[in-house]
Design a protein around this ligand. Structure first.
Ligand code: UD1
Length: 421
């Protein structure tokens, strides 16, 4: 198994190009099931989760070719409607095929995702919504089975805004008979991106990106082309890396408008930020200042940036409170950051971070995708060597991370775990 070795203390400088958003590419790829024509998707990040989705579509019978950042998918001949446990357990977002399979083929069997490192992540809202659209749903032997001759539109209220839940329901409603109104829908940019793609293929969707989405069902969707939006979390992660090393980094090919909450907090933390149409430049004229952060659904501060921000705050002047409101126990990175010398106390769903003068490199274990990113950010500023183990978590969502950070001047390399230097 590989690990990433970082020798910290290098100031990051230069430009880094942001890849397509993993969290957009996944539902967009899943949505190809809804139609029979060819779909050509560009700016697709080559990360493990996206490859897993390609594999899943292949198992279902789609023809998938994925070269560089372009994927071509034909879903004319679905052969099976089952997403097996072996794939779903490696990627919860596999549940995104549930809505499309059910809507187009009248049935779907999808392994129930299990627990995960960031707390309980139920899919009850996905299922309740599909039931409202007339699906007959049962759970047996660890699988969700959903059936419906044809879904019919309905009014759905989500108790909590759920990103993949909103996507699943929006996709299912696209082929339902009649109109569906989704209330308290999630508003993440990735939902709007998916809606844009569905609309290009003949879907009738209004209000995506707001908390009320209306979908008028149509009989079928055709193929279409689409360019995936830039990954706002990847962009935020490189900005955090720039800030913690007091660097001068410009992230390019991004959408600053998707990063408002993150940029505001970085400014509060002492960063100077220049936004252009599709670039953001961050410099640190002075030291890092502590700032409080509260994760919230979009447009609030993203939970997927919480670990990186906690790492940043651990070197900031003063005390910062980081409150996690989206996932119940997304603090697995804290023990590892402490091993690097961070002063962090967990109080319920809050981290009280008391800034310290320096972090020191250590072997640390990644527990989930964004926790790994937090450890990388910390390692870049720590004195000496940090070995981030279980890099496969990182590979699920970051494209060529060591290459990109290396080009900015970081001393970083991938190596077999336990290599001696
Ligand atoms: C998506 C993102 C993930 C991000 C998260 C929150 C993808 C592939 N993943 O995950 O990177 O961290 O949004 O921005 O896009 N909930 C329920 N019942 C449900 C569904 C969700 O109670 O049926 C709860 C969850 O436990 C959580 C909250 O709703 O507390 C938000 O979760 P949700 O938006 O569904 O996260 P994901 O879509 O899984």
């Amino acid at each position: 198994m590989d690990e990433i070795l970082i020798k910290g203390g290098k100031r990051l400088c230069g430009e880094v190009r942001i890849s397509g958003a993993k969290n957009s590419a996944l539902p967009i790829l899943a949505s190809t099931i809804l139609g029979s024509g060819e779909c050509v998707i560009t700016n697709v990040p080559r990360v493990v989760d996206v490859l897993t989705m390609g594999k899943l579509l292949g198992i279902l019978g789609a023809k998938v070719s994925h070269e560089a950042n372009r994927a071509v998918i034909q879903t004319g001949m679905i052969e099976c409607t089952e997403a097996p446990y072996d794939l779903v357990k490696t990627m919860r977002a596999s549940v995104l095929v549930l809505g499309p399979l059910l809507a187009r083929w009248g049935e779907a069997k999808v392994s129930l995702p299990g627990g995960c490192a960031i707390g309980s992540r139920p899919v009850n809202l996905h299922l309740a919504g599909l039931a409202k659209l007339g699906a007959d749903i049962s759970i047996d032997h660890g699988y969700i089975t959903a059936k419906a001759t044809r879904l019919r539109g309905g009014r759905i209220y989500c108790d909590t805004p759920t990103v993949t839940g909103t996507e699943n329901l929006m996709m299912a409603a696209s082929l339902a008979e009649g109109t569906t109104v989704l209330e308290n829908a999630a508003k993440e940019p990735e939902i709007l991106d998916l809606a844009d793609f569905l609309i290009k293929r003949g879907a009738r969707i209004h209000g995506a990106g707001t908390d009320v989405i209306t979908v008028e069902g149509v009989r079928e969707l055709h193929g279409g082309d689409h360019e995936v939006i830039p990954d706002r979390i990847e962009a935020g992660t490189y900005l955090a890396a720039a800030a913690i090393t007091r660097g001068d980094v410009t992230v390019t090919h991004c959408r600053p408008g998707h990063l408002e909450a993150v940029l505001m907090k970085m400014r509060e933390a002492g960063a100077e930020i220049q936004e252009e149409k599709d670039t953001v430049r961050l410099t640190m004229p002075n030291g890092l200042r502590g700032t409080d952060v509260r994760t919230l659904p979009f447009p609030g501060f993203p939970t997927d940036m919480q670990a990186q921000m906690a790492a940043l705050m651990s070197l900031a002047e003063g005390t910062s409170v980081v409150t996690e409101t989206v996932f119940e126990s997304r603090f697995m990175h804290v023990e590892e950051l402490r091993r690097m010398g961070a002063h962090i106390r967990v109080e319920g769903n809050r981290l009280v971070v008391t800034g310290c003068k320096k972090l020191t490199g250590a072997p640390v274990m990644a527990s989930d995708l964004r926790a790994s990113a937090g450890l990388i950010v910390a390692g870049l500023a720590a004195e000496g060597a940090t070995q981030v183990q279980r890099v496969y978590h990182l590979d699920r969502g970051y494209e060529r991370i060591e290459e990109k950070l290396g080009a900015l001047g970081a001393s970083i390399q991938r190596q077999p775990a336990g290599a001696v230097h």
